[in-house]
Design a protein around this ligand. Structure first.
Ligand code: IPD
Ligand code: CA
Ligand code: CA
Length: 271
């Protein structure tokens, strides 16, 4: 194995252990019953005590294992390191599912090199674990993507009319209305639409062929950092629109020919 892949694999091993510990904590808290701690960008955008506690655990385990690396998490913010690497963390992706007891939420942890900006960073390792199902998705740059021990690949391109397409909606009602209008224009052109409620798992669903494509507007870096690497390593094109890098503006992930087909239609709908 080339030296760089070996060091990415070593980072992945650290990320995997931390994600599994965090997933166990989140699952335990879910079983005990979940309480909302506060709301954020809107009344619908909530944070539970478990989100904060899970991120605190992840942050302390990273500080112990990798004291010179930076941290960028949804609930506790950013802190630069001195190594050039940053850990990008969503402690519970799919918080609304978590709150309602829908067993589809994830711990998402990525290690990136460069500025903690998805437009320029290079993702080195990523883990997405769904504690409720026990599924563990992983990737280290240059070494492929895995579901547990099994190597995964995106589904081959199909005609858009046969494509199962995942998406998500923002917490702000005005943006959600605009997103719904685009779904309204798309839904009769595809097999069907899925809104499963955890962006990291949507990206992993593309990676293992459970979705033909996924797109969303308005994601934050921690929502996609790990899942985008897993989808890329599984053969997806993961990008913004019109050749742009992934950003808060847009993310689209699918097998490359499939991505081009969906992008064409989305642009026609004003995405
Ligand atoms: C949300 C989920 C959801 C997506 C939203 C995200 P959170 O993350 O990933 O699927 O549609 O855009 O904000 O708030 O549950 O961590
Ligand atoms: Ca999230
Ligand atoms: Ca979250």
């Amino acid at each position: 194995m080339p030296a760089e892949s070996a060091s990415n694999t070593a980072l992945l091993a650290v990320a995997r252990e931390i994600a599994l510990a965090a997933g166990a904590l989140a699952k335990e808290r879910r079983e005990e019953g979940v309480e909302v701690a506060a709301s954020k960008s809107s009344a619908e955008d909530v944070v539970t005590f478990a989100d904060r506690e899970t991120e605190a655990l992840i942050r302390s385990l990273i500080a112990e294992a990798r004291p010179n690396d930076g941290f960028f998490g949804e609930e506790s913010g950013a802190e630069a390191g001195s190594s050039g690497l940053t850990w990008v963390v969503d402690p519970i992706d799919g918080t609304v599912n978590f709150l309602y007891g829908i067993p589809h939420y994830a711990v998402s942890i990525a290690v990136v090199e460069g500025e903690p900006d998805p437009g320029t960073w290079r993702a080195l390792a990523g883990v997405v674990v769904n504690p409720a199902s026990g599924e563990l998705f992983t990737a280290a740059a240059g070494t492929g993507a895995f579901l547990g021990e099994r190597a995964i690949r995106v589904a081959p391109a199909v005609d858009l009319s046969q494509g199962l397409v995942g998406t998500g909606f923002a917490y702000l009602a005005g943006i959600r209305t605009e997103q719904a209008a685009i779904v309204g224009g798309l839904i009769h052109q595809v097999r069907d639409i899925r809104r499963m409620g955890a962006a990291s798992l949507d990206l992993c669903a593309v990676a293992c062929g459970r979705l033909n494509a996924y797109y969303e507007r308005g994601l934050n870096p921690w929502d996609h950092a790990a899942g985008a690497l897993i989808a890329t390593e599984a053969g997806a094109r993961v990008s913004g629109l019109r050749g742009a890098a992934v950003s808060r503006e847009f993310i689209l992930a699918a097998e490359p020919a499939m991505a081009a087909r969906l992008e064409h239609v989305l642009l026609g709908l004003g995405a």
